[in-house]
Design a protein around this ligand. Sequence first.
Ligand code: VLZ
Length: 138
Amino acid sequence: APPDFSGTWNMVSNENFDRYMQSLGIDLITRNLAKLIKPQKIIEQSGDSFVIRTLSSLRNYRVQFTLGQEFDEDTKGLDNRKCKTLVTLDNGHLICVQKGEKKNRGWKHWINGDDLHLELSCEDQVCKQVYRRVQEAC
Ligand code: VLZ
């Protein structure tokens, strides 16, 4: 069965984030603030439809998509670019390609146990983040 990404996930590790942000052209002050925060992901999945929220004290970002349907993404609040974005599911991996002015831009999510993995790519940089599932109260 395909994984269910739904839930609340807290960041536990973040590798190469600064160079990923540099590749997006994010300024030094924002990068230095962003490095200090541990965002939370809130994912709502129902069938092929997703909402992914990235929440932090610095910025909030929300993206909504349906698998296999390209859409116009405006990364407002992040690097403020327009992309043609397509997300597909391949062997349990949620794979996003963000076509636009940055080469090789996209991200991948997958689940391993209680961990949600995220690889963010832009140009020649790959940032690896891990989030851990927040257990819901019963
Ligand atoms: O998440 O693409 O879960 O949108 C970093 C910008 C970009 C730094 C983070 C400034 C990209 C703001 C997150 C700090 C919060 C991202 C996707 C996959 C969904």
